[in-house]
Design a protein around this ligand. Structure first.
Ligand code: MUC
Ligand code: MG
Length: 366
């Protein structure tokens, strides 16, 4: 099953409701669809969402690195030679979304060829995941209203709250408004996207100590090395590394250095292959993981879901699987549907999803 082509197709779909957070905002899904074709006629898809404010990748850069570097290095390999593909792509230090989308599109092909779902091939632990919704910046009352609507409509009861603003009290007010609106049973955790200093984060944790938060993610930069270590040592809940732990080596450094005590796994930046390395590293060290969201559309969410449902540790917590709800449209033929707070892994081989050719023609860029 020789790989005959790897295409990078840029497209743009607007957001109905822009997502704002401490390190940036997203108003359009300016993503790149990656299509892997094989000699046997099987075709695999995955999505590359550039996050320039975090990793420096851009839509044009993803297209350029796939067309100019990764596709020429991989075309001609057998789809099963994944370790060789990884070796060739990982010569390049950066470009996580481009590398990951290729890795996952190849897995999509392999699942189809083997006649199994990718989720089964990766581990097959369960066929569904509980869903966590990520709430972007707004006024406290508006964020509480959004959470209430999401609960009523989709049965979702876990929320990741974006924090990291100044004054710190604004975000504290948001968490209090959410707790009041959603009650004690809702799970709430917060993500600062490095917006606070270590001491501001400590102040916020102190103010919020009675609100029942379950996780604190990337509240300050990991590069504030000693301040972050002190913060993490004082933190009573797991402190999640996200943008500081994008590779197995970074995970090792941050965990051993005491700068994180839990790990966010994002298939958009470590694909399936490196996400498994990160997962096994974390579980081997007895560290909790959460399936994160790189502000994915439905195809990216299907990848997070496939990986999350595949393993015991990744399905233990609700996965961040719902932000495609903020988009005006999507590319999949059969939309993902959140029912009773859960997403089921699509039936079928590979990723179990297909791209609607008319939608792709409509949204693709020249
Ligand atoms: C998150 O968990 O931080 C925001 C920026 C990014 O790269 O991912 C999102 C969500
Ligand atoms: Mg985060």
């Amino acid at each position: 099953m020789q790989i005959t082509a790897i295409e990078a197709i840029p497209y743009r779909i607007p957001y109905v409701k822009p997502l704002k957070f401490a390190s940036g905002q997203v108003t359009h899904a300016d993503h790149v669809l990656v299509r892997v074709q094989t000699a046997g006629g099987l075709v695999g898809y995955a999505d590359a969402p550039p996050r320039p404010f975090t990793y420096g990748e851009t839509q044009a850069g993803i297209v350029a690195v796939i067309d100019g570097v990764f596709a020429p290095a991989l075309v001609g390999l057998d789809a099963g030679e994944r370790e060789i593909a990884k070796q060739r792509m990982h010569r390049t230090v950066g470009n996580p979304a481009a590398k990951s989308a290729i890795d996952m599109a190849v897995w999509d092909v392999l699942g189809q060829a083997w006649g199994v779902s990718v989720s089964r091939a990766l581990g097959g632990f369960t066929d569904r995941m509980r869903v966590c919704h990520m709430l972007g910046f707004d006024e406290p009352a508006a964020m509480a209203r959004e959470a209430r609507e999401i609960t009523d409509r989709y049965g979702i009861s876990t929320f990741k709250v974006k924090v990291g603003r100044r004054p710190v009290e604004l975000d504290v007010e948001v968490v209090r408004a959410l707790r009041k609106t959603l009650g004690d049973k809702a799970e709430l955790y917060m993500d600062g996207n490095r917006g606070w200093t270590a001491s501001e984060a400590q102040y916020a944790l102190d103010l919020l100590s009675d609100t029942g938060l379950t996780l604190a993610e990337e509240l300050c930069p990991a590069d504030d090395v000693l301040g972050r270590r002190r913060l993490v040592a004082n933190c009573r809940m797991p402190f999640v590394g996200d943008e500081s732990v994008t590779t197995p080596a970074e995970v090792t450094r941050e965990l051993l250095g005491g700068s994180a005590t839990a790990i966010s796994i994002k298939t958009a930046r470590s694909g399936f292959t490196s996400s498994q390395e990160i997962l096994h590293l974390a579980t081997g060290l007895g560290v909790e993981v959460v399936m994160g969201n790189q502000i994915d559309g439905q195809l990216g969410t299907a990848c997070t879901l496939a990986f999350g449902a595949a393993h015991e540790a990744t399905s233990a917590r609700a996965g961040e699987l719902s932000n495609f709800l903020d988009m005006a449209d999507d590319l999949l033929t059969e939309p993902l549907r959140i029912v009773d707070g859960e997403l089921a892994v699509p039936a079928g081989t590979g990723l179990g999803v297909s791209v609607d050719p008319d939608k792709l023609a409509h949204y693709r860029l020249a």
